[in-house]
Design a protein around this ligand. Sequence first.
Ligand code: ZN
Length: 500
Amino acid sequence: MELKQVIKTYVDYRTKMQALGYASYIISWDSETEAPVGCLEERSKQVGVLSEMSYSLERSNEYIETVKKLYENLDSLEDVLKVEIKKVYKDLMNSLKVPMEELVEYSILISKAQSIWADAKVNNDYKKFEPILDEIIKFNKRYVKYLETDELKGYDVLLDMYEEGMTKEKYDKFFSLLKSEIVPLVHKINKLEQSNNLFKNKLFDINKQKEFAEYIMDVMGFDKSRGLIKESEHPFTSGYGTSDVRITTHYYEDLLISSIFSCIHELGHATYEQQCNPILDETLVGGGASMAMHESQSRFYENIVGRSYEFWERHYPKLQSFFKEELKDVSLEDFYKHVNNVECSLIRTEADELTYPLHIMVRYEIEKLIIESDVDVCELPTIWNNLYKEYLGIDVPSDKEGILQDVHWAGGSFGYFPTYALGSAYGAQMLDAMKKDLDFEKEINKPNLKAINEWLKEHIHIYGATKNPDELINIATGMSFDATYYVEYLKNKFSKLYNL
Ligand code: ZN
Protein backbone atom coordinates (compact mmCIF):
# COMPACT_ATOMS: atom_id res chain seq x y z
CA MET A 1 0.00 0.00 0.00
CA GLU A 2 1.17 3.44 -0.78
CA LEU A 3 2.20 5.62 2.17
CA LYS A 4 -0.42 8.23 1.27
CA GLN A 5 -3.11 5.61 1.60
CA VAL A 6 -1.72 4.42 4.96
CA ILE A 7 -1.80 7.99 6.26
CA LYS A 8 -5.39 8.34 5.10
CA THR A 9 -6.38 5.14 6.94
CA TYR A 10 -4.68 6.46 10.07
CA VAL A 11 -6.41 9.83 9.82
CA ASP A 12 -9.79 8.11 9.36
CA TYR A 13 -9.24 6.12 12.56
CA ARG A 14 -8.08 9.19 14.42
CA THR A 15 -11.14 11.17 13.32
CA LYS A 16 -13.44 8.46 14.66
CA MET A 17 -11.50 8.15 17.93
CA GLN A 18 -11.57 11.93 18.37
CA ALA A 19 -15.33 12.02 17.88
CA LEU A 20 -15.83 9.28 20.45
CA GLY A 21 -13.41 11.05 22.78
CA TYR A 22 -15.34 14.29 22.35
CA ALA A 23 -18.61 12.58 23.22
CA SER A 24 -17.08 11.03 26.35
CA TYR A 25 -15.61 14.37 27.33
CA ILE A 26 -18.95 16.17 27.06
CA ILE A 27 -20.68 13.43 29.05
CA SER A 28 -18.10 13.50 31.81
CA TRP A 29 -18.17 17.32 31.95
CA ASP A 30 -21.93 17.20 32.24
CA SER A 31 -21.76 14.50 34.94
CA GLU A 32 -19.38 16.62 37.01
CA THR A 33 -21.35 19.85 36.70
CA GLU A 34 -25.04 19.59 35.86
CA ALA A 35 -26.38 16.08 35.40
CA PRO A 36 -29.12 15.04 37.82
CA VAL A 37 -27.93 12.25 40.13
CA GLY A 38 -30.81 10.06 38.97
CA CYS A 39 -29.39 9.70 35.45
CA LEU A 40 -25.96 8.46 36.43
CA GLU A 41 -26.77 4.75 36.38
CA GLU A 42 -28.32 4.80 32.92
CA ARG A 43 -25.53 7.07 31.77
CA SER A 44 -22.79 4.71 32.92
CA LYS A 45 -24.15 2.10 30.48
CA GLN A 46 -23.87 4.57 27.59
CA VAL A 47 -20.37 5.52 28.66
CA GLY A 48 -19.48 1.83 28.75
CA VAL A 49 -20.63 1.39 25.14
CA LEU A 50 -18.63 4.42 23.99
CA SER A 51 -15.46 3.23 25.66
CA GLU A 52 -15.90 -0.25 24.17
CA MET A 53 -16.25 1.33 20.74
CA SER A 54 -13.08 3.33 21.10
CA TYR A 55 -11.24 0.35 22.56
CA SER A 56 -12.19 -1.84 19.61
CA LEU A 57 -10.90 0.82 17.21
CA GLU A 58 -7.58 1.07 19.06
CA ARG A 59 -7.15 -2.68 19.22
CA SER A 60 -8.24 -3.50 15.69
CA ASN A 61 -5.60 -5.23 13.60
CA GLU A 62 -5.98 -2.70 10.83
CA TYR A 63 -5.23 0.19 13.18
CA ILE A 64 -2.26 -1.55 14.80
CA GLU A 65 -0.79 -2.46 11.41
CA THR A 66 -1.33 1.10 10.16
CA VAL A 67 0.54 2.62 13.11
CA LYS A 68 3.38 0.09 12.72
CA LYS A 69 3.67 0.86 9.03
CA LEU A 70 3.85 4.61 9.67
CA TYR A 71 6.41 4.06 12.39
CA GLU A 72 8.58 2.12 9.92
CA ASN A 73 8.37 5.12 7.58
CA LEU A 74 8.89 7.87 10.14
CA ASP A 75 11.45 9.71 8.03
CA SER A 76 8.98 10.18 5.21
CA LEU A 77 6.33 11.79 7.40
CA GLU A 78 5.91 15.52 7.86
CA ASP A 79 7.04 16.92 11.22
CA VAL A 80 3.86 16.97 13.30
CA LEU A 81 2.71 13.56 12.10
CA LYS A 82 6.17 12.15 12.79
CA VAL A 83 6.05 13.26 16.42
CA GLU A 84 2.48 12.05 16.75
CA ILE A 85 3.22 8.59 15.38
CA LYS A 86 6.25 8.19 17.64
CA LYS A 87 4.04 8.88 20.61
CA VAL A 88 1.09 6.78 19.46
CA TYR A 89 3.41 3.88 18.64
CA LYS A 90 5.04 3.96 22.07
CA ASP A 91 1.68 4.01 23.87
CA LEU A 92 0.25 1.32 21.65
CA MET A 93 3.22 -1.02 22.08
CA ASN A 94 3.02 -0.51 25.83
CA SER A 95 -0.67 -1.29 25.94
CA LEU A 96 -0.13 -4.44 23.86
CA LYS A 97 2.39 -5.73 26.40
CA VAL A 98 -0.27 -6.15 29.07
CA PRO A 99 -2.71 -9.06 28.63
CA MET A 100 -6.20 -7.77 27.94
CA GLU A 101 -7.88 -9.91 30.63
CA GLU A 102 -5.66 -8.31 33.24
CA LEU A 103 -6.52 -4.81 32.08
CA VAL A 104 -10.23 -5.56 32.23
CA GLU A 105 -9.87 -7.11 35.68
CA TYR A 106 -7.90 -4.10 36.82
CA SER A 107 -10.45 -1.57 35.60
CA ILE A 108 -13.14 -3.43 37.55
CA LEU A 109 -10.88 -3.43 40.61
CA ILE A 110 -10.29 0.31 40.31
CA SER A 111 -13.95 1.16 39.95
CA LYS A 112 -14.71 -0.90 43.08
CA ALA A 113 -11.84 0.74 44.95
CA GLN A 114 -13.27 4.24 44.55
CA SER A 115 -16.27 3.66 46.76
CA ILE A 116 -14.35 1.50 49.24
CA TRP A 117 -11.79 4.27 49.63
CA ALA A 118 -14.48 6.96 49.98
CA ASP A 119 -16.19 4.89 52.62
CA ALA A 120 -12.96 4.16 54.50
CA LYS A 121 -12.09 7.87 54.45
CA VAL A 122 -15.45 9.00 55.79
CA ASN A 123 -15.28 6.39 58.55
CA ASN A 124 -11.58 6.85 59.23
CA ASP A 125 -11.14 3.12 58.71
CA TYR A 126 -7.88 2.27 56.93
CA LYS A 127 -8.34 -1.45 57.58
CA LYS A 128 -11.31 -1.40 55.24
CA PHE A 129 -9.21 0.03 52.41
CA GLU A 130 -6.15 -2.15 53.08
CA PRO A 131 -7.11 -5.34 51.18
CA ILE A 132 -8.07 -3.58 47.95
CA LEU A 133 -5.05 -1.26 48.14
CA ASP A 134 -2.93 -4.39 48.43
CA GLU A 135 -4.51 -5.80 45.26
CA ILE A 136 -4.01 -2.52 43.39
CA ILE A 137 -0.35 -2.46 44.41
CA LYS A 138 0.15 -6.07 43.32
CA PHE A 139 -1.31 -5.27 39.92
CA ASN A 140 0.94 -2.24 39.55
CA LYS A 141 4.00 -4.32 40.35
CA ARG A 142 3.01 -6.84 37.68
CA TYR A 143 2.25 -3.99 35.30
CA VAL A 144 5.72 -2.56 35.85
CA LYS A 145 7.24 -5.97 35.00
CA TYR A 146 5.33 -6.09 31.70
CA LEU A 147 6.54 -2.63 30.70
CA GLU A 148 10.15 -2.73 31.86
CA THR A 149 12.77 -1.99 29.20
CA ASP A 150 16.55 -1.99 29.19
CA GLU A 151 16.50 1.64 30.33
CA LEU A 152 13.45 1.73 32.57
CA LYS A 153 13.06 -0.55 35.57
CA GLY A 154 10.79 -0.59 38.62
CA TYR A 155 9.29 2.73 39.74
CA ASP A 156 10.98 4.47 36.78
CA VAL A 157 8.46 2.80 34.47
CA LEU A 158 5.60 4.57 36.26
CA LEU A 159 7.42 7.87 36.67
CA ASP A 160 8.11 7.95 32.95
CA MET A 161 4.44 7.29 32.18
CA TYR A 162 3.39 10.50 33.92
CA GLU A 163 6.43 12.58 33.01
CA GLU A 164 8.49 11.31 30.12
CA GLY A 165 12.19 11.37 30.91
CA MET A 166 11.86 11.68 34.69
CA THR A 167 13.45 8.92 36.73
CA LYS A 168 13.96 8.02 40.35
CA GLU A 169 17.52 9.27 40.09
CA LYS A 170 16.36 12.73 38.97
CA TYR A 171 13.52 12.95 41.48
CA ASP A 172 15.82 11.76 44.29
CA LYS A 173 18.17 14.61 43.50
CA PHE A 174 15.27 17.07 43.43
CA PHE A 175 13.70 15.93 46.68
CA SER A 176 16.99 15.65 48.55
CA LEU A 177 17.60 19.31 47.73
CA LEU A 178 14.17 20.16 49.14
CA LYS A 179 14.97 18.09 52.19
CA SER A 180 18.22 19.88 52.91
CA GLU A 181 17.11 23.42 51.99
CA ILE A 182 13.35 23.72 52.47
CA VAL A 183 12.60 21.45 55.44
CA PRO A 184 14.83 23.52 57.80
CA LEU A 185 13.20 26.75 56.53
CA VAL A 186 9.74 25.34 57.18
CA HIS A 187 10.74 24.25 60.67
CA LYS A 188 12.12 27.72 61.38
CA ILE A 189 8.90 29.43 60.27
CA ASN A 190 6.84 26.90 62.18
CA LYS A 191 8.51 27.99 65.42
CA LEU A 192 7.51 31.65 64.96
CA GLU A 193 4.51 33.14 66.71
CA GLN A 194 1.85 33.49 64.07
CA SER A 195 -1.66 34.73 64.03
CA ASN A 196 -3.87 34.02 61.07
CA ASN A 197 -7.19 35.49 62.11
CA LEU A 198 -7.56 38.03 59.36
CA PHE A 199 -10.78 36.63 57.95
CA LYS A 200 -12.03 34.79 60.99
CA ASN A 201 -15.83 34.92 61.21
CA LYS A 202 -16.06 37.02 58.05
CA LEU A 203 -18.48 36.00 55.33
CA PHE A 204 -18.20 37.00 51.67
CA ASP A 205 -21.26 37.20 49.48
CA ILE A 206 -21.10 34.51 46.79
CA ASN A 207 -22.52 36.65 44.00
CA LYS A 208 -19.84 39.22 44.60
CA GLN A 209 -17.22 36.47 44.59
CA LYS A 210 -18.54 35.40 41.19
CA GLU A 211 -18.28 38.93 39.87
CA PHE A 212 -14.72 39.14 41.08
CA ALA A 213 -13.98 35.83 39.33
CA GLU A 214 -15.29 37.41 36.11
CA TYR A 215 -12.93 40.31 36.66
CA ILE A 216 -9.97 37.93 37.19
CA MET A 217 -10.89 36.09 33.98
CA ASP A 218 -10.49 39.34 32.08
CA VAL A 219 -7.23 40.17 33.81
CA MET A 220 -5.90 36.77 32.79
CA GLY A 221 -7.22 37.06 29.25
CA PHE A 222 -9.49 34.02 29.30
CA ASP A 223 -11.26 33.90 25.92
CA LYS A 224 -14.93 33.28 26.71
CA SER A 225 -15.80 32.68 23.08
CA ARG A 226 -13.69 29.50 23.36
CA GLY A 227 -14.34 28.54 26.97
CA LEU A 228 -16.66 28.73 29.93
CA ILE A 229 -16.78 28.44 33.70
CA LYS A 230 -19.14 26.42 35.94
CA GLU A 231 -19.14 25.19 39.50
CA SER A 232 -18.24 21.77 40.90
CA GLU A 233 -17.23 20.24 44.21
CA HIS A 234 -13.57 19.94 43.21
CA PRO A 235 -12.34 22.53 40.72
CA PHE A 236 -10.85 21.21 37.49
CA THR A 237 -10.13 22.12 33.89
CA SER A 238 -11.17 20.07 30.92
CA GLY A 239 -11.51 20.69 27.27
CA TYR A 240 -11.11 19.49 23.77
CA GLY A 241 -8.71 21.40 21.60
CA THR A 242 -8.15 25.13 21.77
CA SER A 243 -11.74 26.07 20.98
CA ASP A 244 -13.51 24.40 23.89
CA VAL A 245 -11.76 24.93 27.23
CA ARG A 246 -13.83 24.67 30.38
CA ILE A 247 -13.03 25.24 34.01
CA THR A 248 -14.91 24.80 37.22
CA THR A 249 -14.52 26.52 40.51
CA HIS A 250 -16.24 26.59 43.87
CA TYR A 251 -17.45 29.39 46.11
CA TYR A 252 -17.81 29.24 49.87
CA GLU A 253 -19.02 32.19 51.87
CA ASP A 254 -16.32 31.72 54.48
CA LEU A 255 -13.47 30.86 52.12
CA LEU A 256 -12.84 33.85 49.89
CA ILE A 257 -9.13 33.17 49.43
CA SER A 258 -9.48 29.54 48.45
CA SER A 259 -12.10 30.46 45.82
CA ILE A 260 -9.90 33.15 44.29
CA PHE A 261 -6.79 31.01 44.07
CA SER A 262 -8.47 27.88 42.82
CA CYS A 263 -9.98 30.04 40.09
CA ILE A 264 -6.58 31.49 39.13
CA HIS A 265 -5.08 27.98 39.21
CA GLU A 266 -7.67 26.54 36.82
CA LEU A 267 -7.42 29.61 34.59
CA GLY A 268 -3.70 28.88 34.37
CA HIS A 269 -4.46 25.41 33.01
CA ALA A 270 -7.02 26.97 30.68
CA THR A 271 -4.59 29.58 29.34
CA TYR A 272 -2.19 26.79 28.42
CA GLU A 273 -4.92 24.93 26.52
CA GLN A 274 -6.27 28.03 24.77
CA GLN A 275 -2.82 29.17 23.67
CA CYS A 276 -1.74 25.91 22.00
CA ASN A 277 -1.31 26.00 18.26
CA PRO A 278 -4.82 25.35 16.84
CA ILE A 279 -3.40 23.35 13.94
CA LEU A 280 -2.69 20.62 16.51
CA ASP A 281 -6.36 20.38 17.50
CA GLU A 282 -7.18 17.53 15.20
CA THR A 283 -4.01 15.60 16.02
CA LEU A 284 -3.17 13.57 19.12
CA VAL A 285 -0.40 16.00 20.09
CA GLY A 286 -2.52 19.02 21.00
CA GLY A 287 -2.98 20.23 24.57
CA GLY A 288 -0.41 20.19 27.35
CA ALA A 289 2.91 18.40 26.97
CA SER A 290 2.82 16.52 30.28
CA MET A 291 1.34 16.42 33.75
CA ALA A 292 4.11 18.48 35.31
CA MET A 293 4.19 20.95 32.45
CA HIS A 294 0.47 21.58 32.86
CA GLU A 295 0.86 21.96 36.60
CA SER A 296 3.79 24.30 36.04
CA GLN A 297 1.46 26.69 34.23
CA SER A 298 -1.42 26.57 36.71
CA ARG A 299 0.98 27.06 39.61
CA PHE A 300 2.91 29.78 37.82
CA TYR A 301 -0.27 31.83 37.57
CA GLU A 302 -1.56 30.85 41.00
CA ASN A 303 1.61 31.27 43.05
CA ILE A 304 4.32 33.15 41.21
CA VAL A 305 1.95 35.70 39.67
CA GLY A 306 -1.16 35.41 41.85
CA ARG A 307 0.51 35.43 45.25
CA SER A 308 2.88 38.28 44.42
CA TYR A 309 2.77 41.71 46.02
CA GLU A 310 2.72 43.52 42.65
CA PHE A 311 -0.32 41.59 41.42
CA TRP A 312 -2.36 42.55 44.46
CA GLU A 313 -1.06 46.09 44.52
CA ARG A 314 -2.97 46.42 41.25
CA HIS A 315 -6.03 44.29 41.98
CA TYR A 316 -6.63 44.51 45.72
CA PRO A 317 -8.48 47.87 45.45
CA LYS A 318 -10.86 46.14 43.06
CA LEU A 319 -11.43 43.30 45.52
CA GLN A 320 -11.98 45.86 48.26
CA SER A 321 -14.55 47.61 46.10
CA PHE A 322 -16.59 44.41 46.04
CA PHE A 323 -16.24 43.84 49.79
CA LYS A 324 -16.20 47.35 51.21
CA GLU A 325 -17.27 46.44 54.73
CA GLU A 326 -15.45 43.13 55.05
CA LEU A 327 -12.07 44.41 53.82
CA LYS A 328 -12.08 47.97 55.06
CA ASP A 329 -9.64 47.20 57.87
CA VAL A 330 -7.47 44.83 55.89
CA SER A 331 -4.48 46.57 54.36
CA LEU A 332 -2.76 45.45 51.18
CA GLU A 333 0.26 44.39 53.24
CA ASP A 334 -1.89 42.28 55.55
CA PHE A 335 -3.71 40.73 52.63
CA TYR A 336 -0.44 39.90 50.89
CA LYS A 337 0.93 38.26 54.04
CA HIS A 338 -2.29 36.38 54.55
CA VAL A 339 -2.33 34.80 51.08
CA ASN A 340 1.26 33.67 51.68
CA ASN A 341 0.75 32.39 55.18
CA VAL A 342 2.91 29.31 55.87
CA GLU A 343 1.33 26.64 58.00
CA CYS A 344 2.44 23.07 58.60
CA SER A 345 -0.90 21.43 57.99
CA LEU A 346 -2.20 17.93 57.33
CA ILE A 347 -4.05 18.25 54.05
CA ARG A 348 -2.11 18.48 50.79
CA THR A 349 -4.78 20.27 48.76
CA GLU A 350 -4.95 23.05 51.34
CA ALA A 351 -1.21 23.45 51.73
CA ASP A 352 0.56 26.75 51.08
CA GLU A 353 3.19 27.34 48.41
CA LEU A 354 6.18 26.60 50.67
CA THR A 355 5.02 23.43 52.43
CA TYR A 356 3.23 21.94 49.43
CA PRO A 357 6.25 20.10 47.96
CA LEU A 358 6.91 18.49 51.35
CA HIS A 359 3.48 16.85 51.21
CA ILE A 360 4.50 15.48 47.83
CA MET A 361 7.84 14.28 49.15
CA VAL A 362 6.02 12.11 51.73
CA ARG A 363 4.00 10.45 48.98
CA TYR A 364 7.05 10.00 46.76
CA GLU A 365 9.01 8.24 49.49
CA ILE A 366 6.08 5.90 50.17
CA GLU A 367 5.48 5.13 46.50
CA LYS A 368 9.14 4.17 46.12
CA LEU A 369 8.73 1.72 49.00
CA ILE A 370 5.45 0.38 47.64
CA ILE A 371 6.72 -0.33 44.15
CA GLU A 372 10.28 -1.36 44.94
CA SER A 373 10.14 -3.14 48.28
CA ASP A 374 7.97 -5.68 50.03
CA VAL A 375 6.57 -3.25 52.54
CA ASP A 376 3.31 -4.50 54.01
CA VAL A 377 0.27 -2.27 53.40
CA CYS A 378 -0.55 -2.39 57.10
CA GLU A 379 2.68 -0.51 57.83
CA LEU A 380 1.91 2.39 55.50
CA PRO A 381 -0.05 4.62 57.92
CA THR A 382 2.81 4.55 60.44
CA ILE A 383 5.35 5.35 57.73
CA TRP A 384 3.09 8.18 56.53
CA ASN A 385 2.76 9.64 60.02
CA ASN A 386 6.49 9.42 60.71
CA LEU A 387 7.33 11.24 57.50
CA TYR A 388 4.84 14.03 58.31
CA LYS A 389 6.54 14.42 61.66
CA GLU A 390 9.97 14.52 60.07
CA TYR A 391 9.24 16.92 57.17
CA LEU A 392 6.42 19.07 58.53
CA GLY A 393 6.91 18.64 62.25
CA ILE A 394 3.31 17.66 62.89
CA ASP A 395 1.43 14.72 64.38
CA VAL A 396 -1.24 13.07 62.24
CA PRO A 397 -4.28 12.52 64.44
CA SER A 398 -6.22 10.21 62.11
CA ASP A 399 -5.81 8.28 58.86
CA LYS A 400 -8.66 10.30 57.44
CA GLU A 401 -6.41 13.34 57.64
CA GLY A 402 -3.42 11.18 56.82
CA ILE A 403 -2.96 8.36 54.37
CA LEU A 404 -6.63 8.22 53.36
CA GLN A 405 -6.90 11.85 52.24
CA ASP A 406 -6.07 11.48 48.52
CA VAL A 407 -7.94 9.48 45.91
CA HIS A 408 -4.86 8.81 43.74
CA TRP A 409 -3.79 5.40 45.06
CA ALA A 410 -7.37 4.15 45.03
CA GLY A 411 -7.36 5.13 41.35
CA GLY A 412 -4.17 3.16 40.75
CA SER A 413 -2.07 6.28 40.15
CA PHE A 414 1.47 5.68 41.33
CA GLY A 415 4.07 8.06 39.93
CA TYR A 416 1.58 10.89 39.47
CA PHE A 417 2.17 12.81 42.74
CA PRO A 418 5.77 13.86 42.07
CA THR A 419 4.66 15.75 38.94
CA TYR A 420 2.85 18.28 41.15
CA ALA A 421 6.07 19.33 42.87
CA LEU A 422 8.02 19.14 39.64
CA GLY A 423 5.48 21.50 38.04
CA SER A 424 6.12 24.18 40.66
CA ALA A 425 9.84 23.76 40.14
CA TYR A 426 9.56 24.08 36.34
CA GLY A 427 7.65 27.30 36.96
CA ALA A 428 10.43 28.87 39.01
CA GLN A 429 12.98 28.00 36.34
CA MET A 430 10.74 29.60 33.70
CA LEU A 431 10.43 32.71 35.84
CA ASP A 432 14.18 33.13 35.82
CA ALA A 433 14.25 32.89 32.02
CA MET A 434 11.25 35.18 31.62
CA LYS A 435 12.92 37.87 33.71
CA LYS A 436 15.71 38.07 31.13
CA ASP A 437 13.16 39.04 28.48
CA LEU A 438 10.76 41.29 30.35
CA ASP A 439 10.29 43.32 33.48
CA PHE A 440 8.25 40.73 35.36
CA GLU A 441 7.28 42.84 38.39
CA LYS A 442 6.16 45.67 36.12
CA GLU A 443 4.13 43.34 33.89
CA ILE A 444 2.18 41.66 36.70
CA ASN A 445 1.43 45.12 38.08
CA LYS A 446 -0.40 46.03 34.85
CA PRO A 447 -4.21 45.81 34.39
CA ASN A 448 -3.85 42.53 32.48
CA LEU A 449 -1.33 39.74 32.00
CA LYS A 450 -0.93 40.04 28.24
CA ALA A 451 2.86 40.14 28.21
CA ILE A 452 3.16 37.16 30.56
CA ASN A 453 0.66 35.17 28.49
CA GLU A 454 2.54 36.03 25.31
CA TRP A 455 5.88 34.89 26.73
CA LEU A 456 4.44 31.58 27.92
CA LYS A 457 2.65 31.10 24.63
CA GLU A 458 5.76 31.63 22.60
CA HIS A 459 8.04 29.52 24.81
CA ILE A 460 5.70 26.72 25.97
CA HIS A 461 2.04 26.74 24.97
CA ILE A 462 2.33 26.99 21.21
CA TYR A 463 4.13 23.64 21.02
CA GLY A 464 1.26 21.63 22.50
CA ALA A 465 2.49 18.10 23.08
CA THR A 466 4.84 18.00 20.09
CA LYS A 467 7.86 18.33 22.39
CA ASN A 468 8.69 16.22 25.40
CA PRO A 469 9.13 17.98 28.76
CA ASP A 470 12.91 18.08 28.57
CA GLU A 471 12.84 19.58 25.06
CA LEU A 472 10.30 22.17 26.18
CA ILE A 473 12.14 23.28 29.29
CA ASN A 474 15.24 23.64 27.11
CA ILE A 475 13.34 25.77 24.61
CA ALA A 476 11.93 27.95 27.38
CA THR A 477 15.00 28.31 29.58
CA GLY A 478 17.98 27.19 27.53
CA MET A 479 18.77 24.28 29.84
CA SER A 480 17.41 21.04 31.27
CA PHE A 481 15.50 20.91 34.54
CA ASP A 482 17.46 22.35 37.45
CA ALA A 483 15.81 22.36 40.87
CA THR A 484 18.05 25.07 42.30
CA TYR A 485 15.88 27.80 40.71
CA TYR A 486 12.88 26.59 42.67
CA VAL A 487 14.74 26.29 45.95
CA GLU A 488 16.23 29.77 45.55
CA TYR A 489 12.84 31.21 44.62
CA LEU A 490 11.20 29.72 47.72
CA LYS A 491 14.03 30.70 50.02
CA ASN A 492 14.06 34.30 48.79
CA LYS A 493 10.33 34.80 48.87
CA PHE A 494 9.66 33.30 52.28
CA SER A 495 12.76 34.55 54.08
CA LYS A 496 11.70 38.06 53.09
CA LEU A 497 8.08 37.47 54.10
CA TYR A 498 9.12 36.21 57.52
CA ASN A 499 12.13 38.48 58.03
CA LEU A 500 14.53 35.57 58.40
ZN1 ZN B 1 -3.83 21.79 38.63
